[in-house]
Design a binder for this molecule. Structure first.
Ligand code: FAD
Length: 387
């Protein structure tokens, strides 16, 4: 077992770290306050070749893998969790096509995302179907050489500014096996961004409600070319990125802990710096334990995905990584804020922002409760066993 990063991983880490310091750190507070999509982050990611880390080289990605993506996400999330989501999104919005699409679909849909020419989004959740994905009601009806898509998707990250989306719809709403994915150009008639969410954190990436009102797409836009994908398509896509959501948490936690430590060295109370107080020292030790354990699980999960182990039989380990790392991020963000006392509560410091942003991580791409459902099912079935 080798825990050292490869030369390629180290280079990606250095590149992401440079972009994080030069572009993201100075802008993070403003992006949060204005809730305006940071086009400058996107351009910097494009110039640094960070948008196609898990995407095939044939279409313009760098195919460096999931561990590489997790490492890059970790670096940028130290300063802005929205930046971590932006890197993750180019994979989330395209992995269904990467895993199940035809060669033409990979060229036409993934290529522009990998090259930073088009933005995309992943449209699964609906107002009446979140965790209960099998119950989604968006309908795709075949009409000659086209499918007609009707339904509503909500909380879609990057949906309001997407050029193209992967949307999940059933050909028979009563039958979960009829679930398929469709590629939709958002310029198509019938597509509308109905509303943009006002939210607690991760405000740099807009989310919103997308309405598909009889949107006609060529039959060739069904992912894979024929019907029959079923639930494995969204599950494989989500599984492949669960550790990367965890990486957003690992990065956020490090950013919060670093900031609090520098503050604690300067802030004086009871005749010395806060770092002289044992109660404060213990907080930092707890933060370090959380960060180190979370990083190990995230790297292991990312490595598993890179080995092709993201099917249902491996999902529980990816869920362990996602649940632990995102919950660790919440613990660390809370304790780091506490170290600053009253100042931690103020917008003059980034900790209240990290605290708000961290909360998103326990909900997206499968809530903490759903991760526990996956893990406990693996235990009950003997798929996860401690022999
Ligand atoms: C900021 C943000 C960005 C998002 N981005 C995207 C995106 O890009 N694309 C997309 O498709 N979706 C996106 N989502 C949606 C997200 O994936 C869902 O919110 C999430 O899966 C939960 O679904 P829900 O909100 O409908 O909650 P519900 O499914 O209604 O759950 C409500 C509560 O009940 C719990 N619960 C539900 N079922 C069970 C169960 N069986 N056992 C135990 N507890 C259960 C849940 O854990 C939760 O605590 C985003 C959400 C947010 C907040």
């Amino acid at each position: 077992m080798d825990f050292d990063l490869s030369e390629e991983h180290r280079l990606i880490q250095q590149t992401a770290r440079r972009v994080a310091r030069e572009v993201i750190e100075p802008r993070a507070a403003e992006v949060d306050e204005t809730a305006e999509y940071p086009e400058d982050y996107y351009q910097a990611f494009k110039e640094a070749d960070l948008l196609g880390i898990t995407l095939p080289t044939e279409v313009g990605g760098t195919d460096a893998g999931t561990l590489a993506l997790a490492i890059a996400v970790e670096e940028v999330a130290k300063f802005d969790c929205s930046a971590g989501l932006m890197l993750l999104l180019s994979s989330l919005s395209t992995h269904t096509v990467k895993f199940f699409g035809t060669d033409d679909q990979r060229q036409d849909y993934i290529g522009p995302v990998a090259r930073g020419e088009k933005k995309a989004a992943f449209c699964l959740t609906e107002p009446d179907a979140g965790s209960d994905v099998a119950n989604l009601q968006t309908r795709a009806v075949r009409d000659g050489d086209e499918y007609v898509i009707t339904g509503q998707k909500c909380y879609i990250s990057g949906g309001p500014n997407a050029d193209q989306v992967t949307v999940f719809a059933k050909t028979d709403p009563a039958d979960p096996r009829s679930l398929n994915a469709f590629i939709v150009d958002t310029a198509m008639p019938g597509f509308e961004v109905t509303s943009i969410d006002r939210k607690l954190g991760v405000r740099g990436v807009p989310t919103g409600v997308l309405t598909f009102d009889e949107v006609r797409v060529p039959a060739a836009n069904i992912v894979g070319g024929t019907e029959g994908l079923g639930m494995r398509a969204p599950l494989a896509t989500l599984n492949s990125l669960r550790p990367v959501v965890g990486a957003r948490g690992v990065g956020l936690a490090q950013g919060a802990a670093n900031y609090a430590l520098e503050f604690a060295k300067e802030r004086r109370a009871f005749g010395g710096p806060l770092t002289d107080l044992q109660a404060i020292q213990m907080k930092f030790a707890e933060m370090a334990i959380d960060i180190e354990a979370a990083r190990m699980l995230v790297y292991q999960g990312s490595w598993m995905v890179d080995q092709g182990r993201y099917g249902p039989e491996h999902g529980h380990m990816l869920s362990v990584a996602k649940a632990f790392a995102t919950e660790a991020a919440n613990r660390v963000a809370s304790e780091a804020l506490q170290v600053l006392g009253g100042q931690g509560y103020m917008m003059d410091h980034p900790l209240e922002r990290h605290y708000r942003d961290a909360r998103q991580l326990m909900i997206v791409e499968g809530t903490s409760e759903i991760q526990r459902l996956v893990i406990s099912r693996a235990l009950m079935s003997g798929n996860l066993a401690y022999a």
